[in-house]
Design a protein around this ligand. Structure first.
Ligand code: UGA
Length: 429
């Protein structure tokens, strides 16, 4: 099938490369000239394991092209996926101007039937707006359909999530659109849920909100664990074994970050508000997450007493492992909070230091975990990168000025840490 992807960000690029891998002819369009130039030169502008190889392979085989012209994609493709950004506005509403703009451009270049699919995360009823926008711009007598096909791609695992998803959701309003989408996803073995467009739109926001709720729930339980001497790992395991609850997303820590959960929660609350429903549950989910980071700073203070003039070594800056993404990373709030208390910060992250350097002031970036530990009054873990699991803790203890580790992701075993002579604090244990 001939596929056009509008927006070559994380979702667009991964989807484009994967659709090409499935044998389709794909053209990815982005208005960022620099980005498209890089992609044409074989440079992948984002960090996503496996993506570079997939893009190169499919470009070489001629199945994946890049362009800055939406018209190119519309002329060549029967199906157009809108994957442009929907960043939050000041008030938490998503900014949908890019979705409107590309819908107009698509309509303006259409000379015969096309299927326009929203893949960007958008509020319920956006499909209706896309339909109206296309209708206004399109030439007389030209047919089209609008559909919603939300993405469930985790950064760092996006290719696997695309190729082996838990489910594929297709929101359509015609059999013709349904058939095209069923065809394109035919090679992927996964349950396909066909709904109306509004339901598909709601499924996306409801899924992300539910996952965020699980994280805030377990973080709230971790507070009770700390107050009672229970262990959050054991509690989460005992709870998660109930198949109705599920084991995943029950890892207590410094809270969720990234470009999706915080933004989507806010957007979902705003949508509910506009529809006349006060979604108090989600407000609490958000609040618990904010407080989790404040509580972590308090935990560091409890371990070190005064922070003024002390050096704190931070391992992990990205919002989760296997990404360089710093957007809404818990490390931002935590490091800035520690700096406000007068602490000096040294930090290391396997991938996010270039991004972090654009955000932080007065942070000394180090080449590895040992350089961070050297002379620090405490080591703080904020992202559970695999390599932190493997560091030589004896060496770390020798390098630290004070043998204090505060682990915001519970990656170490408390017993082993106390045997090694560390003052060790995790979350909820
Ligand atoms: C999330 C969803 O998982 C995807 O399904 C969705 O498609 C995507 O948002 C999106 O809307 O585009 P992502 O933001 O990449 O994906 O990251 P997650 O792996 O979901 O993690 C989000 C945050 O939750 C991270 O900060 C992570 O550290 C935190 N988390 C996750 C926990 O604190 N505890 C857990 O048990 C799991």
């Amino acid at each position: 099938m001939k596929v056009g992807i509008i927006g070559a960000g994380h979702v667009g690029l991964v989807s484009g490369a994967c659709f090409a891998e499935l044998g389709n002819d794909v053209i990815c369009v982005d208005n960022n000239v620099e980005k498209i130039k890089k992609l044409k030169d074989g440079v992948i502008p984002i960090y996503e394991p496996g993506l570079e190889k997939l893009v190169h392979k499919n470009v070489d085989s001629g199945r994946l092209l890049f362009s800055i012209e939406i018209g190119d994609a519309v002329r060549r493709s029967q199906i157009l996926f809108i994957c442009v950004g929907t960043p939050p506005k000041e008030n938490g509403d998503p900014d949908l101007s890019a979705v409107e703009f590309v819908s107009r451009e698509i309509a303006g270049s259409m000379d015969s039937y096309r299927l326009v699919v929203e893949k960007s995360t958008v509020p319920v009823q956006t499909g209706e707006w896309i339909r109206r926008t296309v209708e206004r711009e399109i030439g007389k007598g030209i047919e089209f359909d609008v559909a919603c096909n939300p993405e469930f791609l985790r950064e760092g695992a996006a290719i696997k999530d695309f190729m082996k998803p838990d489910r594929i959701v297709i929101g359509v309003e015609s059999e013709r659109a349904e058939k095209i989408l069923l065809d394109i996803y035919g090679p992927i073995k996964a349950p396909i849920i066909v709904t109306d467009i509004q339901s598909a739109e709601l499924i996306k926001h409801a899924s992300n909100s539910f996952l965020a709720m699980k994280i805030s729930f377990i973080n709230a339980i971790s507070i009770l664990c700390e107050k009672t001497g229970a262990d959050i790992g054991e509690v989460a395991q005992g709870v998660g074994f109930d198949s109705r609850i599920g084991k995943e997303f029950l890892n207590a820590g410094v809270g969720f970050g990234g470009f999706c959960f915080p933004k989507d929660l806010k957007a979902f609350m705003r949508i509910a508000e506009r529809l006349g429903y006060d979604f108090r549950l989600l407000k609490e989910v958000y609040q618990i997450n904010e407080e989790q980071q404040e509580r972590f700073i308090e935990k560091i203070k409890e371990a070190l007493w005064n922070l003024k003039g002390k050096t704190i070594g931070v391992l992990g800056l990205s919002f989760k492992p296997n990404t360089e993404d710093m957007r809404s990373a818990p490390s931002i709030k935590i490091i800035e909070g520690l700096q406000r208390e007068g602490a000096k910060i040294k930090a290391y992250d396997p991938a996010a230091m270039d991004e972090a350097a654009k955000i932080f002031r007065n942070v000394r970036f180090c080449n590895d975990s040992y350089e961070v530990a050297k002379g620090a009054n405490a080591l703080v873990i904020l992202t559970e990168w695999d390599e932190f699991d493997k560091i030589d803790l004896k060496k770390v203890k020798e390098l630290l000025r004070d043998p204090v580790i505060i682990d915001g992701r519970n990656i170490y075993d408390p017993k082993q840490m106390s045997d090694l002579g560390f003052t060790y604090k995790g979350i909820g244990r």
